[in-house]
Design a protein around this ligand. Structure first.
Ligand code: NAD
Length: 253
């Protein structure tokens, strides 16, 4: 689908990959509904793009249902959803002080996996009532996995499990939503230069970049955004997780 004139919801839009995706989609003519826990950040992303920011906790059913109702009433029905909201947490299963914190594991699953599903279920329901475009298409949903879904490192059990879940639900969701004309695709980024990664010490960032075969650098958030735009525009891409990673494969630690 050409994105021009369509409403695109981007979660995690206050920062990093979400903010860059909002800019790329807006440049292509989409109207941006920026969702984030950080309302001020979402508004700072959306306002210069002519869009709107909304305070949303993607892991909360009521928060997402309320925000979707507002988008539909105030902007129109969404045709594009890009789920970028997410958190990281590193902790060994057996730490120095004993077993890992179960609440921390649950928190990561709750935001990254349940949050993605929560956004998908409510938005797909709204999209299913859209008028059909070329090929009967009514909407496209792009979720963010990670290469940690496939080669999670030591200490990444929770994060890798959450992203593995995002990868695993791509195909069944695409199969089910096909009859509604909604595509579902996941992007598995490698190492991208966002606040999530830029918080790491310089030498860690340099070593991450050095381990990337080509190009030897962190990904630019806009490169993620341009892939999201391409997925919107290319109707044959469906039910697949696409890596964008400069051929990097994560080591055990
Ligand atoms: N940066 C990378 O290298 C990288 C690699 C692989 C995957 N990812 C994934 O890409 C996505 C975006 O990451 P990023 O690097 O842009 O991170 P980021 O920390 O820069 O941005 C994440 C945004 O999500 C928001 N958020 C967190 N919890 C939320 C919730 N419950 N409800 C609504 N918003 C919430 C935060 O406020 C923040 O604005 C994440 O899912 C992350 O796991 C990132």
């Amino acid at each position: 689908m050409q994105v021009k004139g369509h409403i695109a919801i981007v979660t995690g839009a206050a920062s990093g990959l979400g903010a860059a995706t909002a800019r790329v989609l807006a440049d292509a003519g989409a109207k941006i509904a920026a969702f984030d826990l950080n309302e001020e950040g979402a508004t700072q992303t959306a306002t210069p793009l002519g869009g709107r920011g909304f305070p949303v906790n993607v892991a909360d059913a009521h928060s997402v249902e309320t925000a979707l109702a507002r988008v539909t009433a105030e902007m129109g029905a969404p045709r594009i959803l890009v789920n970028c909201a997410g958190i990281v947490h590193g902790e060994r299963i057996i730490g120095r002080d004993g077993p890992a914190d179960l609440a921390a594991f649950a928190r990561v699953i709750n935001v990254n996996l349940i949050g993605t599903f929560n956004m998908m279920r409510v938005t797909a329901d709204a999209m299913s009532r859209n008028e059909a475009l070329i090929d009967g298409e009514r909407g496209v949903i792009i979720n963010t996995a990670s290469i940690a879904a496939f080669e999670g490192q030591i200490g990444q059990a929770a994060y890798a499990a959450s992203k593995g879940g995002v990868h695993a639900l791509t195909l069944p969701a695409a199969r089910e939503l096909a009859r509604h004309g909604i595509r579902v695709v996941a992007i598995a980024p490698g190492l991208f230069g966002t606040p999530m990664l830029m918080g790491l010490p310089d030498e860690v960032q340099e070593s991450l970049a050095a381990n990337t075969p080509f190009p030897k650098r962190l990904g630019h958030p806009e490169e993620y955004g341009r892939l999201a735009l391409h997925i919107c525009e290319n109707g044959m891409i469906n039910g697949e997780t696409i890596r964008i990673d400069g051929a990097v494969r994560l080591e055990p630690k």
